[in-house]
Write a protein that binds this ligand. Sequence first.
Ligand code: NAD
Ligand code: LMR
Length: 329
Amino acid sequence: MPRTPVNVTVTGAAGQIGYALLFRIASGHLLGPDTPVRLRLLEITPALSAAEGTAMELDDCAFPLLSGIDISDDPNVAFDGANVALLVGARPRTKGMERGDLLEANGGIFKPQGKAINDHAADDVKVLVVGNPANTNALIARAAAPDVPAERFTAMTRLDHNRALSQLSKKTGVPVSEIRRLTIWGNHSATQYPDIFHAEVAGKNAAEAVADEQWLANEFIPTVAKRGAAIIEARGASSAASAANAAIDHVHTWVNGTPDGDWTSMAVPSDGSYGVPEGLISSFPVTTAGGEYRIVQGLDVNEFSRTRIDASVTELTEEREAVRALGLI
Ligand code: NAD
Ligand code: LMR
């Protein structure tokens, strides 16, 4: 018997991440080779034609798992029945825009989208916010969706996690498949903290294997934290295929579980763990099983890590204060 298709809503579908993401969702990389999907694409009115062009290309791939594509500029339509919601479309920072202006502009997007998810999405909806500032956009959407369990709203730090894996692999010469338990803490911004103190490379503690605090503080952490800006500088556009890949990884892991003995990084509403104020959407080490995630408990946080986690969490607290002052949460 064919299974009922899972409704996957993607916002910003005509953008560059959307173009790298949709074909992989339709070919089964998001939910697996046995799960049919129906794509529900949300775009702003001027970009509907471009979204239709992408839908034509999706049709032309004849993906066996793709059961249909709907396109709309109305969040109430696009989130109707959504089981998975990928909130990619966002307002980029433009010249002369202050941080407050950016938060306000994105509030105008994520507040109505949160409400539409609240009113129309499926009971089991899982939300991933990719559009920047991702953590705080997720906070805004979650606040507008009081009937949806708060823990279903997450933001993406999996790209940062994958970047950290790759940098550590290069430094140690150990393949990424033999690196476990890396953590990204905090905000998806330059204040994020990629933590290798609990990580293992080929079964050995990563910090001990590297034994190079200079590299850790002055190369590894800034390279990972500023990678997004380095890609914009080199490409003239922000990361797209790697961001789409990380979005696939995030949802795939959430749905299918983390391997035994490993964890991943997700920005999720804090329950107060590790001193992160409750309700902030901050990145933590998480394990997943049965479609749910749990923040890994009981890790020792040394002085080096504490200072850096606190700095990123302070930034998130300030963002929360700013959107509160704007009446967005
Ligand atoms: P893009 O400008 O190519 O595409 C964004 C799309 O969103 C556009 O097609 C636009 O029309 C659409 N859009 C704008 N407002 C919308 C709305 N209200 N509803 C639906 N669609 C809307 O941008 P991109 O390169 O695809 O990046 C998208 C976002 O992802 C940006 O905010 C970017 O900074 C962010 N990003 C996050 C990460 C991460 O790791 N969290 C990584 C890379 C990029
Ligand atoms: C990234 O990490 O690549 C992006 O979040 C950068 C950006 O500002 O879009």
